[in-house]
Ligand binder design. Sequence first.
Ligand code: NAP
Length: 507
Amino acid sequence: MPQRAFLPRVCIALGFPDVETLLDRARREVESGEGFLEFRLDYLAEPRSGADAIRAFLAENNEVTILATCRRHQNHGRYNGSVEEQLEILGAAADAGARALDVEIETAEMAAAQLEHLRSKAFVVISYHNYGGTPALEPVFRRMSRISADALKIVTTAKKPSDNFRVLSLARQHSRIPVVVLAMGEIGFPSRVLATSFGGIYTYAAPISAEGTAAGQVSARLLRHLYRVEKFTRQAKIYGVIADPIRHTISPAVHNRAFQYRRIDAVYLPFLVTTAQLKDFLGLVEKLPVAGFSVTIPHKQRILRYLDVVDPLARRIGAVNTVWKKAGKWRGSNTDAGAVTGPLSRRIRLPKASVLVVGNGGAARSAAFALADAGANVSIAGRNPDRVRALAKACGAEMLLRDQLGSRSFDALVHATPLGMFPHAGECFFDDRIPAEVVFDMVYNPRETELLKRASDQGKTTIPGLEMFVEQALHQFETWTGETAPRSIMEKAASEALAQLHGPSTE
Ligand code: NAP
């Protein structure tokens, strides 16, 4: 019987209705370097054909470890037969060469004697799944411990950020028996990345060219090459970004590449955190523990009340996008501000320059305060005169109504509204003449916005939003690590991640 050391750290879950597709996808995984595959026999129209499929596959790929699963529909699988038939199918899978078997707890409790027989043939993982949430886990663990098994697998659904830690901590608390732990769903994604560093024996990933078999699974390529699940250690520092929505963030691509390049033992994770869950997340950061995080929509303002020390500029702006812990205190700053003045000051001299800021939201506030501090003469325009007036007053800027812009010209313009952002890429704040020589668009998805296209056509110098994105990420990296950020590596990672995005970005 194979021991835990035989099981690689990433298992690819393969669930397909016919043997040909299953074998074809399994071969593709092996070609891409994977060596641990879960064959979901319950997904096959004929689960009994699974054993022959395993035999045929192993005849060509005998170095691959196969985990066979035939979960009953009562337990959220697709198999409709009896417990006896289920165990027969799993026994045949082991005879065909499957080195590990997944048997759900409900079956295991009904068939303790047959289970012992299966354990003589293969490594038996007893599994518990909860698709509704993450209940109290100690009773679950006690229930599972009554069954003799080679490993215990506990998979729940994360409903809030702290569920990640509740599931992961099981692996740290119970080191006598090998465990597999993770929380499904988008909120639970960090648990998939951290599972093995917390002591879980493996984690699950989706196949290269298909949906996975559970919510929140991502491809092994991402787990291995971007999140480096096999590389970072138990002592690795954990960073991340909080947002809602989180799906289209490019920050993990940028920061993980930078950590990799600088050989820093750290990982950067996407945390889906709703407005109501911010407090719960701040409990999680103490436990995991998280060393720092990026903050984006909708938390940039609200996060301030939870911080011990806020940088004066961020306090004046009223928004924090970078948080880190130093000497036991949570600190916050705003790297968006420097990410506006940095790119602009590489093109123009900011003191006394006339700069128009378009918009009055969080990003516009960062730009307006930072530019005013840099000595620029700032004007602000937007669609809501009352809000524009309030921001202009707060940072000592001039307020302009939209129809006053026709007669004015500025050295530079900073666009800070979502106009032109995917999927509304055709939109632009300006109807035709763009009233500035240097045009900086904060929107970065698409890379070349309608505003930037029109500005180029009018012979202006343009600054794409991606340059700002990279600049604020560089400052975050340096704040967190104290090392010089690898600018060109981060630029390349941001461009590549953006090119792969097929949806709107959260920034
Ligand atoms: P926000 O706080 O929601 O503010 C949005 C601003 O845009 C508000 O002033 C709003 O005006 C205005 N606005 C929205 N729809 C408009 C429309 N149809 N016409 C005219 N004005 C409109 O958002 P934010 O955080 O400031 O972000 C603004 C943009 O900057 C986003 O696209 C974001 O992705 C981007 N950004 C990029 C970076 C980067 O690194 N490149 C960093 C930060 C932000 P009202 O007040 O009248 O509603």
